[in-house]
Design a binder for this molecule. Structure first.
Ligand SMILES: Cc1cc2nc3c(=O)[nH]c(=O)nc-3n(C[C@H](O)[C@H](O)[C@H](O)COP(=O)(O)OP(=O)(O)OC[C@H]3O[C@@H](n4cnc5c(N)ncnc54)[C@H](O)[C@@H]3O)c2cc1C
Length: 451
């Protein structure tokens, strides 16, 4: 059986690996010059490791990803640590996770407290809320993380309504609203509570990263597939696909090739464009799936920006970006020729002006904000900048979203679609791209076994 795959992101590569393991002949077409899609990296000549275009880490709960690294012999390149995550409040970043707390015990010496306890202490110490509000937030957060799995009832209500009711207005304004607004902009009030539950449920305090970055992992996954016979065409966008008597034909700069099955990864718009002959109701369903884009500027600085903070959630009403991520407070600057790497990132509607402004124009907007983060900051600290933008970066999940999600098998025989829009209730991420790729591979194999 021959399978063609559009897209060498983590989903496409994972599907290819599983199909090849099952003895199928697989070809992947990738538009970009390297594999990895949203998780791919870039490298300055002075860096030892590439860096993700969009900040990335995984969680200890990302089991599919961890198992896959084991399967391809890459587990020893994955490591976990607990960098500091903070919330900006009243002119500074207040640590929420990862701030080490130690106890000095007689005869035992200094002992580091576990992540759960240090997080509870950090939340209880957060100055932007009254003590009762902090305790309520801690108790409800613990219930969501450890006490319920009933996301189907939570998807019937918006996160905004649920958290206001259960956690109180103050907690909503201080923590939940910034998170929702940061990820979903004007759509913040539409997002369902299952999304927030899933974020809390599936995230650990320790964060994972790869020796050689995510690009290192992606390249290893690509090579593992190639060793099993997978053919990967890079810099080869698929220009059209056509149904044939026995399957699908893919057209690209490599010419036209026939396959029994076709898996398209990537956005609903890509699928609609490549396969306009899909039934109108199905195309209508794809159109209903909305998403946010991402705009992320990376700065290489000659000095650290923050006092050891990795991730700072910034209030959108005070800063021109949502996330300030000082990568080199997670991964040592030695891997980047001593550069201090800072991301300024935001999720925005694809028609937002940040998608049109030049890199210089955006930098001018961002520089004053960096000075507010660190009053010592001077633009002479900026050695280089890079700007990455992607229109399809974060699906929007309104109430009853499970009803909107199309299955992986499309109504057309032999055509499958595996995208971030089908990852639910979990928030999309590389772990779920692995799972999705494995799932679509299993469905393709199953369809052939049954007939
Ligand atoms: C700002 C940001 C931060 C993130 N942070 C994290 C994180 O910390 N941890 C985490 O696990 N995940 C994170 N993610 C999410 C993660 O990157 C994605 O969930 C995952 O990479 C999606 O993989 P995919 O294969 O489904 O899609 P994609 O990566 O989008 O892959 C689709 C591929 O199809 C290719 N393609 C498109 N059109 C064509 C065509 N015509 N022909 C051929 N190829 C084509 C694209 O070039 C791309 O390579 C983040 C994403 C963003 C945007």
């Amino acid at each position: 059986m021959k399978v063609g795959i559009v897209g060498a992101g983590v989903a496409g590569l994972s599907a290819a690996y599983d199909l090849a393991l099952a003895g199928q002949q697989v070809t992947i077409y990738e538009a970009a010059a390297q594999a990895g899609g949203l998780a791919s990296g870039f490298r300055d000549p002075r860096w030892e490791w590439p860096l993700e275009r969009f900040y990335h880490h995984i969680f200890t709960t990302d089991q599919e990803m961890i198992k896959l690294t084991q399967a391809i012999g890459y587990r020893d390149k994955l490591f976990f640590r607990a960098p500091v995550t903070a919330q900006w409040w009243n002119g500074q970043g207040h640590a929420l996770f990862g701030q080490p707390v130690t106890l000095r015990l007689p005869r035992v010496g200094t002992v580091a407290l576990p992540g759960l306890i240090t997080t509870a202490l950090s939340v209880l110490n957060y100055p932007g809320l009254s003590l009762p509000a902090r305790m309520r937030m801690g108790a409800v957060g613990a219930y969501l993380k450890y006490g319920t799995r009933n996301w189907r009832s939570l998807e019937q209500i918006t996160a905004s309504t649920w958290t206001r009711r259960v956690m109180g207005e103050a907690v909503y304004q201080a923590f939940v609203h910034p998170l929702l607004e940061g990820k979903f902009g004007n759509h913040a009030e539409e997002v369902n509570m299952a999304w927030l539950w899933a974020r809390l449920k599936a995230r650990s305090f320790d964060l994972g990263y790869f020796v050689g970055g995510f690009q290192g992992f992606v390249n290893a996954l690509q090579s593992a597939g190639e060793r099993l016979g997978v053919q990967v065409y890079l810099s080869t966008p698929v220009t059209s696909v056509q149904p044939t008597a026995t399957g699908w034909q893919i057209a690209s700069a490599q010419g036209t090739h026939d396959y029994d099955d076709l898996i398209v990864t990537g956005s609903p718009q890509l699928l609609s464009k490549l396969v306009p002959q899909l039934p109108p109701e199905y195309l209508g369903q794809l159109k209903q799936l909305r998403s946010m884009g991402a705009v992320v500027m990376t700065l290489a600085l000659t000095r650290p920006l923050t006092d050891g903070l990795y991730w700072v959630n910034m209030p959108k009403d005070q800063f021109p970006f949502l996330a300030l991520v000082e990568h080199t407070n997670f991964i040592a600057p030695e891997h980047y020729g001593g550069d201090r790497l800072v991301y300024c990132g935001d999720y925005l509607d694809p028609d937002h002006e940040y998608f049109r402004l030049s890199q210089e124009e955006l930098l001018e907007r961002f520089l004053p904000a960096l000075q507010r983060v660190n009053p010592q900051f001077d633009r002479s600290w900026v050695r280089a900048t890079w700007l990455h933008r992607e229109a399809y970066a974060q699906p929007i999940v309104p109430v009853h979203h499970s009803r909107n999600i199309p299955p992986l098998a499309t109504p057309l025989r032999g055509l499958y679609w595996a995208s971030m829009s089908q990852v639910y209730p979990w928030d999309r991420g590389t772990n779920f791209a692995v799972q999705l790729g494995q799932q679509v591979a299993a469905e393709v194999l199953q369809a052939h076994m049954s007939g």
